[in-house]
Design a protein around this ligand. Structure first.
Ligand code: SAH
Ligand code: SF4
Length: 364
């Protein structure tokens, strides 16, 4: 029987409970889920909200992910790549604002050479106390090793969905390579990175059962960071033409569904760092982030990308805070964190690795 630790080794969640929670619309049961997730978050990772300054260094991408506005075939999108001095300008802002981490994210851009990235990581580590997270797509194992040697601390790569057939439909593979993200996540772990992954919620063709599988994968992979957000339709992508629900039990791409997955991820991986994502804020700009933080999340990722570039980093349309500056994002998030009675994280906000319970075994 599959079971996962919620609060202590004797307090398990079964697959049936997981599915019940994913399916329920009963406000009382949901209130119970939010309460359990919030309690667990407080007990494990505490009241600090870690701030990870996001720098979107390039919107070039060689891949063709069926849902993403940065896909190579989106020819009308103007492309940019930041210089190292531009990136360092954002990094200095992260230090000024008191963040513990910068996240360098981009499309899968071979124009960001392995040596350039390594040099940049070395510079950040030499000039600042920040932790460095990379989220640069599927790169070669020797490149990942080089960046780790240069001092990179963490790597984010979502597996997007554990439904293999669906994954393959929305990710045209590179020649000779198939569904290699789990393997890459294992390699990142072996290289000593803190590893983050996650999924989109409500991809056309994704069922409740698929989401339960995804949650089980989070626990099995023992992820340090779990990022989940709703699938948001981009009209210039192939997935936009797909019917929203072509399967029975289609998981909806809604705010509530996203909170459920955040809360269940917290229960199944009690010590993980879990962000309230920008995609969530895009669905509810007024309180999406706050509700995420009150239902299991403990991280936010304020955007530091210069305004002229962030409008071009259009993974999906209508992205929250597209026209704001780094300084405005910083002030706004600081107020939102204070308003819910939480405190901004001090230090780097490294992974807290709690006890390993029965039912959680590392597959690597
Ligand atoms: N190229 C890197 C990082 C940039 S994309 C990578 O693919 O890992 C970062 C994340 O944006 C992806 O993992 C995906 O989950 C999310 N994303 C892309 N398009 C999206 C969409 N239309 N709706 C919601 N999330 C999307
Ligand atoms: Fe490129 Fe990442 Fe978008 Fe895929 S999800 S098209 S790899 S930026």
């Amino acid at each position: 029987m599959k079971c996962y630790a919620i609060n202590k080794p004797t307090d398990f969640m079964h697959r049936g409970d997981l599915l019940d929670w994913l399916r329920t619309t009963d406000p009382e049961r949901l209130a119970e889920l939010w309460r359990l997730a919030d309690q667990t978050r407080r007990r494990t990772v505490g009241d600090q909200v870690h701030l990870r300054g996001l720098i979107e260094v390039s919107n070039y991408c060689r891949r063709q992910c069926g849902y993403c506005g940065l896909r190579a075939d989106h020819r009308s999108l103007a492309r940019y790549r930041m210089s190292d001095d531009e990136v360092m300008g954002c990094v200095r802002q992260a230090v000024e604002f008191g963040y513990g981490t910068v996240v360098l994210q981009s499309g899968e851009d071979l124009g960001l050479s392995a040596e350039w990235v390594a040099g940049l990581v070395r510079r950040i580590k030499a000039e600042t106390p920040l932790a460095v997270t990379l989220s640069l797509g599927e790169r070669e194992p020797d490149e990942l090793a080089l960046w780790r040697d240069a001092g990179a601390d963490r790597y984010l790569l979502r597996f997007e969905t554990s439904n293999r057939a669906l994954y393959e439909r929305i990710h045209p593979s590179r020649p000779g390579q198939q569904f290699d993200r789990f393997e890459l996540l294992g390699r990142l772990l072996q290289l000593g990175y803190e590893v983050g992954s996650g999924v989109m919620i409500g991809i056309p063709g994704q069922t409740y059962d698929d989401l339960a599988d995804d949650l089980e994968w989070f626990a099995r992979l023992k992820l340090d960071m779990i990022g989940v957000g709703p699938y948001l339709r981009h009209p210039e992508t192939p997935l936009a033409a797909w019917p929203e629900a072509s399967v029975d039990e289609q998981a909806p791409a809604t705010e509530r569904m996203t909170y459920k997955v955040v809360a269940l991820a917290r229960l199944m991986c009690p010590w993980a760092n879990i962000p309230a994502t920008t995609a969530l804020a895009t669905l509810n700009i007024h309180e999406g982030r706050e509700l995420g933080l009150l239902r299991g999340a403990n991280v936010v990722m304020p955007n530091l990308t210069p305004t002229e570039y962030r409008t071009l980093y259009e993974i999906y349309p209508g992205k929250a805070c597209m026209a704001e500056s780094g300084r405005t994002c910083h002030r706004c998030l600081a107020q939102r964190i204070a308003a819910i009675g939480r405190t901004p994280g001090q230090g780097r906000g490294d992974a807290v690795r709690g006890e390993v319970f029965e039912g959680q075994s590392n597959i690597f």
